[in-house]
Design a protein around this ligand. Structure first.
Ligand code: FPP
Length: 244
């Protein structure tokens, strides 16, 4: 389906965002609870979560958001039961294959945030290939996989130390996985949890945070509308003061 197919945006009603909202990031939470509420194994929640992911990314494109980042799998998530990890990885693998097939239709630039070396050779190759062949598109989708923000900052610092480059805010930003991306304007976390859980700690310095009780698999365009409306009702001062 085309990214900008307005007839299929799932009931969202937002017209278009402006330059104040360039980058929105999502912490996907509540897949397990969604399944548990229905007496289903947790894996079912992830399958529905993957559908919600596609729906929400498409809608963000529809309303003109230029960069979307999702926290799909953290470095801590490896401690989950094997069958759950296997389901998440296979959903991701399937998604990556599909993204390559639909690249010309969707016109998205994909970037994977995190250490790819832990994945199978074939999955890591697919991730790298998708990054390469999509690099010329303007709309960006960052998928955090095997990602942890502190490790990302340590990696940036050690790259700077070994290259001898001066350590500045700019040089650190340029050595993060998100290099070249604007910082998130808005970070949305679902399922009533109110913390960042080692996600984009450096990049979130001035992000607005929005928490919703909606479980991730239930996320609809109308929930994005609510987050966007809340964002626009805020005043961002970046540590300054409002002029009278
Ligand atoms: C958090 O819910 C969700 C995850 C740790 C995994 C998210 C992964 C997917 C939705 C599949 C990825 C697929 C694509 C295509 C991006 P939780 O399991 O922690 O929920 P709980 O807190 O209710 O247990």
């Amino acid at each position: 389906m085309a990214l900008f197919d307005k007839t299929k945006n799932g009931g969202g009603s937002y017209a278009q965002v402006d330059e104040r909202l360039t980058h929105i990031a999502f912490i996907l939470d509540g897949n397990g609870r969604w399944a548990k509420k229905r007496g289903l194994p947790r894996e079912f929640g992830h399958t529905e979560g993957a559908k919600a992911f596609k729906r929400i990314v498409r809608y963000c494109g529809d309303i003109g958001i230029k960069v979307v980042t999702v926290y799909a799998f953290s470095t801590e998530n490896w401690s989950r039961p094997k069958n759950e990890i296997d389901r998440i990885i296979s959903l991701l693998e399937e998604y990556i294959k599909g993204a390559e097939d639909e690249l010309e239709e969707n016109r998205i630039r994909y970037t994977f945030l995190g250490d790819k070396s832990v994945f199978s050779e074939s999955m890591a190759d697919r991730m790298r290939r998708l990054e390469e062949i999509s690099a010329h598109y303007e709309l960006r989708l960052n998928i955090a996989l095997n990602y942890g923000s502190r490790a990302e900052i340590v990696r940036a610092a050690s790259e700077l130390a070994s290259s001898g480059e001066p350590v500045t805010e700019k040089s650190i930003s340029e050595h993060l996985y998100t290099a070249g991306c604007p910082d998130p304007d808005l970070i949305v976390r679902t399922a009533n949890e109110r913390r960042l859980s080692n996600f984009l700690l450096w990049q979130a310095a001035y992000s607005e945070l929005y928490f919703t009780p909606t479980l991730w698999p239930d996320m609809q365009p109308s929930d994005v509308d609510a987050a966007v409306a809340d964002f626009y009702a805020r005043e961002r001062r970046y540590g300054g003061v409002t002029q009278p």
